[in-house]
Design a protein around this ligand. Structure first.
Ligand code: AN0
Ligand code: CP
Length: 315
């Protein structure tokens, strides 16, 4: 694997999941692969899980790690080409990415959408500029439109929990949130689920359709109760609208995941990437119950990052 920005960079998902599970059972087995190498982990936005799990994964593979928050610590980055830089930005992404590439063998970058233009966000300008100018492998730590390390951890979790001999029914459900959130986690989950052997249903209020390129062959319904019937996994996430771009059209509290909703499922597991707002997205009762697997899912972030970094280091 050269770069890791979406499921399209993965040659064989089963092999990647098997690598992750092998590393989970023997975390230091491939420590020799990264000895003498350095990973740079760059954040343009906040993070808990990605920041810690990626560092841990890189260290387990023998790499040295440098973490840098650009907000407040780095120079303000200019991302537009051909601009006169007489405003608030001190450094262009061309130099910044190239310089980081001088110190690193692998770079991880988190960069949320700006929501200024859908075209710009969906063109993944910042991620692609890092790939273009850094001159080393680049791993997305959540980009404007996708969060592949999260989706891989989600697949690992489903693999660990699915019932023997039954194709799992997986429901991706929208839930309300007071802030405008990216579509990245939902896009990415749908994109990966389209590539594995599950029945995928996506449910959201009217007006929240995701980009068709990520919905793929999923069944889509505006009836959440109908979607939840017999679900084995309930993957919950808020996102803002794709069309028109980046709006909050609904705060309908009836979409919150409660015990009554989980009772519609086939003893389904509640999944969420975290961070999650309690009693907005999901009730305490569900999040604190045995049906919630969010901690196992977050734990698997270490193994998704480990498997990806292993395959990059093996190149
Ligand atoms: C971010 C999002 O929705 O993309 C990060 C999730 C991993 N969530 C928030 O900003 C709350
Ligand atoms: N799920 C996830 O990516 O969490 P962080 O934003 O805390 O890294």
């Amino acid at each position: 694997m050269k770069h890791f920005t979406s499921v399209k960079d993965v040659e064989n998902i089963d092999k990647l999941v098997q690598d992750a599970l092998e590393l989970k059972s023997d975390p230091l087995k491939y420590q020799h692969l990264g000895t003498g190498k350095t990973m740079g982990i760059i954040f343009l936005n906040p993070s808990l899980r990605t920041r810690l799990s990626t560092q841990k994964a890189a260290r387990n593979l023998g790499m040295d790690v440098m973490v840098m928050n650009f907000t407040g610590e780095g120079w303000n980055l200019e991302t537009q080409d051909g601009v006169i830089m007489d405003g608030g930005s001190q450094e262009h992404i061309k130099e910044a990415a190239a310089v980081i590439g001088q110190y690193c063998d692998v770079i991880g970058i988190r960069s949320f959408p700006s929501f200024e233009s859908r075209e710009e966000d969906y063109n993944e300008k910042i991620l692609n500029d890092f790939i273009k100018y850094a001159g080393c492998p680049v791993v997305s730590l959540e980009s404007a439109t996708l969060h592949p390390l999260q989706s891989l951890a989600d697949i690992i979790t489903i693999e660990e929990l699915k019932k023997e001999g039954k194709k799992p029914k997986v429901v991706l459900s929208w839930a309300p949130h007071p802030r405008r959130l990216p579509q990245a986690v939902a896009n990415s989950f749908a994109q990966w689920m389209n590539e594995v052997d599950v029945d995928l249903v996506i449910t959201h209020p009217e007006g929240y359709d995701l980009s068709p390129e990520f919905v793929g062959h999923a069944e889509v319904t505006n009836n959440q109760d109908e979607a939840l019937k017999d679900a084995d996994f309930v993957y919950v996430k808020n996102w803002s609208t794709y069309e028109p771009y980046g709006e909050i059209k609904s705060q309908d509290a009836s979409w919150q995941i409660t015990k009554e909703k989980m009772d519609l499922t086939n003893d389904g597991k509640f999944m969420h990437c975290l961070p999650v707002r309690r009693n907005v997205i999901v009730s305490d009762e569900v999040l604190d119950s045995d049906s919630s697997v969010v901690i196992q899912e977050a734990g698997n972030r270490e193994w998704s990052a480990s498997a990806v970094l292993k395959q990059i280091l093996e190149q």
